[in-house]
Write a protein that binds this ligand. Structure first.
Ligand code: PLP
Length: 420
């Protein structure tokens, strides 16, 4: 993709944007992406996102559209739906959500009434903004109540969760996370939800690819009513969302996505989702997913050896959270900036019951999907852990940081980014 007639044309029409594009590509090649929600899309995805499907309006669903000319769009959406159902063992799939946030909004608004109570994970313990953060619109429309992790183990406290459920009688129990480094048994949530008559929803946005590859548990196997996932994180697809549910909720979910919440689906994205689902069903993707988990374990172990304090002590999935205050006396914003200076991209992160504010929290979050996509393995995880620990201990020393940046560069130059 470094030179093509299309790129030459872009350079001529809008050189400002072309220069920024080249800058971003160079940044992605030179730096090491360790943000656990990010990845490098399959090259096929980049092709389809820039394809003719972007020109097409397809409001409605296959066979029931508001516009003509749907022969090929119906074909790709049907393929995407069938592939999603097969891959996740789901009764029904909606592939139109424009991203993760509207995907979750569509579920809440489709299955509940405004004011209904939803039980979801506390944000500082690993939940997501779309699980009812007070700053989100959903947080104003629905009555969100919270469960947390047990401070002594870092695992979800199911006793306390059951107490909150009994006291508040939620209509929906939501599990799923964006910064919880452990796995859990979905049947534990089901039991609580069944006891109080609530529906169950698992938002597996971070680990959708790992569930697709069957290397992490699938909540639908535990009888969950709804599962949502983004397609652009561990799955390497386009930015987008999937809603998978039991057949009995299919009509409500589809009507909630369109016309309830969205207009025309992005058919270039739907095409890319279809291809992603095909690629995610391949043995090569299962190997990739296994390596994502093995790399996370290796990275956690190598950080532990260097006395770096991890929230819950380690990881069962693709992500880990470093308590930078305890480990290095640095807040997460300073740690993020220091790692940025040596070419490692991470994000500052609140830790459970963080005494510090979100813009200056007590930790950073990192994950292995992106480096694993570049082909990195155990030896590289050791080197990354060493660079992280030495950078955060260097106290901003410029000479030390220059040497550490060179080590990052050595690493990234050996592992090209697919598709760039
Ligand atoms: C990323 C994420 C989302 C939202 O996805 P966007 O595409 O950023 O809107 C929702 N839920 C969880 C758990 C996530 O990690």
């Amino acid at each position: 993709m470094t030179s093509s007639p299309e790129r030459t044309r872009l350079a001529q029409s809008d050189n400002d944007i072309f220069v920024a594009l080249k800058g971003e590509e160079a940044r992605q090649r030179a730096e090491l992406e360790l943000i656990p929600s990010e990845n490098y899309a399959f090259p096929e995805v980049l092709t389809l996102l820039g394809s003719a499907f972007t020109n097409k309006y397809s409001e409605g669903y296959p066979g029931r559209r508001y516009y003509g000319g749907q022969e090929f769009t119906d074909r790709i959406e049907n393929l995407a739906r069938e592939r999603a159902k097969a891959l996740f063992r789901a009764e029904h799939a909606n592939v139109q959500p424009l991203s993760g946030s509207p995907m979750n909004q569509a579920v809440y608004l489709g299955l509940l009434e405004p004011g209904d109570t939803i039980l979801a994970m506390d944000l500082s313990h690993g939940g997501h903004l779309t699980h009812g953060a007070p700053v989100s619109h959903m947080g104003r429309i629905f009555n969100f109540v919270r469960y947390k992790t047990d401070p002594s183990t870092g695992a979800i406290d199911f006793e306390a969760l059951r107490d909150v459920a009994r006291a508040t009688k939620p209509k929906l129990v939501v599990c799923g996370y964006s910064s919880y480094p452990r796995d859990y048994d979905y049947a534990d949530f089901r039991r609580v939800a069944d006891e109080v008559g609530a529906l169950t929803m698992a938002d597996v946005s971070h680990i959708g690819g790992l569930i697709a590859a069957d290397v992490m548990r699938n909540p639908l196997d535990a009888g969950f009513d709804v599962m949502t996932t983004t397609t652009h994180k561990s799955m390497r697809g386009p930015r987008g969302g999937l809603i998978l549910c039991k057949e009995k909720f299919a009509k409500k979910i589809d009507a909630s996505v369109f016309p309830g919440l969205q207009g025309g689906p992005h058919m270039n994205q739907v095409a890319a989702t279809a291809t992603t689902l095909r690629l995610a069903a391949m043995p090569a993707f299962q190997d990739y997913a296994r390596q994502v988990l093995a790399n996370a374990k290796a990275l956690a172990a190598a950080l532990n050896v260097r006395q770096v304090k991890l929230v819950t002590g380690g990881t069962d999935n693709h992500l880990l959270v470093i308590d930078t205050v305890q480990s290095f006396g640095l807040d997460g914003a300073k740690a993020e900036a220091a790692l940025d200076r040596v070419g490692l991209t991470v994000n500052k992160q609140v830790i459970p019951d963080d005494p510090n504010p979100p813009m200056r929290p007590s930790g950073v979050r990192l994950g292995t999907p992106a480096p694993t996509t570049r082909g990195m393995g155990h030896a590289e995880m050791e080197e990354i852990a060493a660079i992280i620990a030495e950078t955060l201990a260097a106290g901003g020393d410029a000479a030390a940081e220059t040497k550490l940046a060179a080590r990052t560069h050595t690493l990234t130059s050996r592992f090209p980014v697919p598709g760039l």
